[in-house]
Design a protein around this ligand. Structure first.
Ligand code: NDP
Length: 460
């Protein structure tokens, strides 16, 4: 680290040099992990004004510590397929930061999972969890296992093997995983069952997203999608706008996407398009959510089959061009980097007013810059999709107290949390000379709480 005495430059240049050097060292120490680099770059650049105002964070090495996970576990997951052959996948858990609470973050089962994906997600989770105002640290995990095309028993055998190793590192006061892409109610059930069998105890607080019959929170399934819409509603309200009579495009047709559609429709919007990893459907009269839910949640079918039942809708193979559909509000709810600069330009030229990130890091850095330069209201993932982990924390609270809240109670708390995240992010953006920039605001508001806790806890 350069010292102020040695480097004869202005304070701002010093801080920028410091941040650049740190970013270069992250790239060097984590070669080829491009998604992780992307997530770190965005946060570091946002923090320059904070470091200028509070240089003790530099002396305390807070950023150097934050970009290095407290622990990164990778393990072999052997399992037997339906033909009797042994298959091997790789499992991961990154325990990134426990300054303000036990590690908390989902598990992703998808063939694209690698250490870069897990680390970018875990790093983002630190700030997101801090923003929720709940006592939860940052973690994430998963495997390159592809649940698609696997039988139920194959998924169960894989999941049990995964938990047989993971159980050594998690617990209600240490690390509390949940779902993410490819990990829904079925997988959480198998994970919980295996943990219970190994521990010989019913430890409800070890996982969230559980079934309602064994300790899950009502409203968790809806939380991320609803929360994203609540957050975007706050952004729109400030400009005298709303979901009512707006046209909305939502990518994906999984957990986040379906409940973002549901809430947007409830608020009077017309959702004209959604997708899966093969392609997208478009119906200018509005997508029928009941059909999407049945196809995706019950029958496990492809979104292309929607048009068989709704001839007025069109299906297009490939996902990218979904962003060429004119809309007032775009909610990317599928996966990382699904909106690149080209897609951002299409959205802006078609008059998009607001973008709310339901997925994690769905916009590239260039796309984010383009939205901000063109005065599009932009809700970054850390803030906009924090509703899921917020209700997970509420699930932990209910498990500890051995009680259950009603849907109305949980939904009201979710709305209050999303409103507070919006306000805290706006306040931080204004305080650090970037009024209205929620990317900067969310990063700063999330960072300060964790950084202060780290300072108070000493060099550990
Ligand atoms: P699901 O597995 O339920 O759904 C994911 C959806 O995105 C599916 O429609 C899937 O299509 C599509 N998809 C996945 N990968 C790709 C890809 N590479 N290209 C195009 N489409 C793709 O996951 P979730 O809804 O839970 O998660 C979606 C996003 O939201 C992720 O970024 C996740 O990290 C984030 N998130 C989720 C939270 C939660 O509570 N679940 C909380 C906060 C963030 P297909 O069916 O064809 O695979």
């Amino acid at each position: 680290m350069p010292t102020l005495e040695k480097v004869k430059v202005t304070e701002t240049q010093f801080t920028m040099n410091y941040v650049n050097e740190l970013y270069e060292s992250v790239k060097k120490r984590n070669p080829h992990e491009v998604e992780f680099h992307q997530a770190v770059k965005e946060v570091l650049e946002s923090l320059i004004p904070v470091l200028e105002k509070h240089p003790h964070y530099i002396k305390q090495g807070i950023l150097e510590r934050m970009v290095e996970p407290e622990r990164m576990i990778s393990f072999r997951v052997p399992w037997v397929d339906d033909y009797g052959y042994v298959q091997v996948n790789r499992g991961y858990r990154v325990q990134f930061n426990s300054a303000i609470g036990p590690y908390k973050g989902g598990l992703r089962f998808h063939p694209t999972v690698n250490s870069s994906i897990i680390k970018f997600l875990g790093f983002e989770q630190i700030f997101k969890n801090s923003l929720t105002g709940q006592p939860i640290g940052g973690g994430k995990g998963g495997s390159d296992f592809n649940p698609k095309g696997k039988s139920n028993t194959e998924v169960m055998r894989f999941t049990q093997s995964f938990m047989t190793e993971l159980c050594k590192y998690i617990g209600p006061d240490t690390d509390v995983p949940a779902g993410d892409i490819g990990v829904g109610a079925r997988e959480i059930g198998y994970l919980f069952g295996q943990y219970k069998k190994i521990q010989g105890a019913f430890t409800a607080g070890v996982l969230t997203g559980k079934g309602l019959g064994y300790g899950g929170s009502i409203g968790r399934k809806e939380a991320t999608g609803y929360g994203t819409v609540y957050f975007v509603e706050e952004m729109l309200k400030d400009k005298g706008l709303g979901f009512k009579e707006s046209t909305v495009v939502i990518s994906g047709s999984g957990n986040v996407s379906i409940y973002a559609m549901e809430k947007a429709i409830q608020l009077g919007a017309t959702v004209v398009a959604c997708s899966d990893s093969n392609g997208y459907i478009y119906d200018k009269r509005g997508i029928d959510l009941t059909t999407v839910k049945r196809l995706k949640e019950v029958e496990g079918k492809r979104i292309s089959e929607y048009v068989d039942e709704h001839p007025s809708a069109e299906y297009t193979e490939g996902c990218k061009e979904i962003w060429s559909i004119p809309c007032d509000i775009a909610l990317p709810c599928a996966t990382q980097n699904e909106i690149d600069e080209h897609a951002a330009k299409l959205l802006v030229s078609n008059g998009v007013q607001a973008v709310g990130e339901g997925a994690n890091m769905p916009s590239t850095l260039q796309a984010v810059d383009f939205f901000l330069e063109n005065n599009v209201l932009f809700g970054p993932a850390k803030a906009a999709n924090a509703g899921g982990v917020s209700v997970s924390a509420l699930e932990m609270a209910q498990n500890s107290a051995r009680l259950s809240w009603s849907f109305e109670e949980v939904d009201l708390k979710l709305q209050q949390i999303m409103k507070k995240i919006y306000q805290d992010s706006m306040t931080a953006a204004k305080e650090y000379s970037n009024p209205g920039n929620l990317v900067v605001g969310a990063n700063i508001a999330g960072f300060i709480k964790v950084a202060d806790a780290m300072v108070e806890q000493g060099v550990i």
